[in-house]
Ligand binder design. Structure first.
Ligand SMILES: Cc1ncc(COP(=O)(O)O)c(C=O)c1O
Length: 372
């Protein structure tokens, strides 16, 4: 066995173009990767086009202009921000940093939370510790108890959580952060935070000022609609950010990505429009699924988790043949579940209709098999 065989793998949401080609060029509805269906903001598109002629020039080595813009946005200093190649990069940087400081440390990464945490831990030679969710919610009390173990070096807290879409109580989160031992690095993953109702959000800048062992993760992949460019960042105490920054090579983020991210940051109207679209369509999608008698978790993110009354993989496969890509959740131990990203209105309706038909056909097949 090569050493790589022991490393957990992350399986991405799938390739819509390849499926479209296989289905004879038909349009594919991909609601498998929690992308923003409204497309990139105009200003970001212009920045991408304008940047084309400068592709021969290296970017700003540590994204200075973007860091400055982010610092102003959050009321922090540029030294308190680390720009990296998407949130997954930040997740990996935190694991590498922990492994270097505390080889073989344990990482609190719940099984029903973003799989990349456990992948990053295993890549860095760290051991993941599960803390089961309760009613599809992170159990902050159990996580707080688990971090007291002296072997723990890192904890990932996704708010809202992927793949369940649930969020944590801000007060409970404050309580946990105040009690995590200083030796444990906390990554508060706010990849979906802009989809959460404002009154449920915590003040990330205030939190990192209070807790030196906390970093807050943000990404341009979700509401800012730049998943293809790979930009994300961490907020944290300057010394903590400097420590993590040692694991980032200069020029990590391309010049075009830096410029597009800065343009997207300025487009507050686009973010507000995306939030409203998501809130409205998430409700429509949820109602449609509930009307089919399915169990749907109330979501604070841009996707919904639905439990079928049967194995989800064959249902997802049948939907793929109809040009619809949804996410199955076997790696999370949820064989009966699908995660559906909130898409454009017509696509959400098409997905609910198609899911209803495929489930009805599957039930009929099951009944026939029982009779014969
Ligand atoms: C909880 C969570 N964190 C972080 C990310 C990272 O996304 P990206 O690497 O595109 O920034 C994702 C992506 O799906 C996510 O679900």
């Amino acid at each position: 066995m090569s050493s790589g065989d022991a490393i957990l793998r992350y399986v991405p949401g799938g390739d819509a173009e390849a499926l479209g080609r296989r289905l004879g060029g038909r349009r594919v509805i991909k609601l498998a990767s929690n992308e923003n269906p409204l497309g990139p903001p105009r200003g970001a598109q212009a920045a991408i086009t304008d940047g084309a002629g400068l592709a021969n020039i290296y970017p700003e080595p540590t994204s200075e202009s973007l860091r400055q813009a982010l610092a102003e946005r959050h009321g922090l200093r540029a030294e308190e921000i680390l720009v990296c190649a998407g949130g997954t990069d930040a997740i990996q940087i935190a694991a590498m940093h922990t492994a270097a400081q505390r080889p073989g440390a344990a990482v609190i990464a719940p099984t029903r939370s973003f799989l990349a945490y456990r992948v990053a831990a295993s890549q860095a030679g760290l051991r993941s510790v599960d803390v089961p969710l309760v009613d599809e919610r992170l159990d902050l009390g159990a996580m707080l108890a688990a971090v007291q173990d002296p072997s723990v070096g890192l904890v990932y807290i996704a708010n809202p959580n992927n793949p369940t879409g649930t969020s944590v109580d801000p007060k409970m989160l404050g309580h946990l952060l105040a009690r995590v031992p200083e030796r444990v690095l906390v990554v508060l993953d706010e990849a979906y935070i802009e989809y959460l109702a404002p009154e449920r959000r915590v003040d990330a800048a205030a939190l990192v000022r209070r807790h030196r062992n906390l970093v807050v993760l943000r990404t341009f992949s979700k509401i800012f609609a730049l998943a293809g460019l790979r930009v994300g960042y961490l907020l944290g105490d300057a010394a903590t950010i400097a420590g993590l920054g040692r694991f980032v090579m200069p020029f990590r983020v391309s010049a075009i990505a830096q410029r597009a991210a800065q343009a997207a940051l300025e487009d507050e109207l686009f973010v507000a429009r995306s939030h409203l679209h998501n809130r409205r369509e998430r409700a429509v999608l949820t109602r449609g699924l509930l009307a089919m008698g399915l169990a749907v978790t109330t979501s604070d993110a841009n996707f919904v988790l639905v439990r079928l009354d049967r194995e989800a993989a064959p249902i997802a496969a049948a939907l793929r043949e109809r040009g619809i890509m949804l996410r199955t959740l076997e790696p999370y131990g949820m064989e009966d579940a699908l995660r559906i990203t909130v898409g454009l209105a017509e696509d959400n309706r098409a997905v609910v209709d198609a899911l209803g038909e495929v489930l009805a056909a599957s039930r009929e097949e099951g009944e026939l098999a029982e009779v014969s």
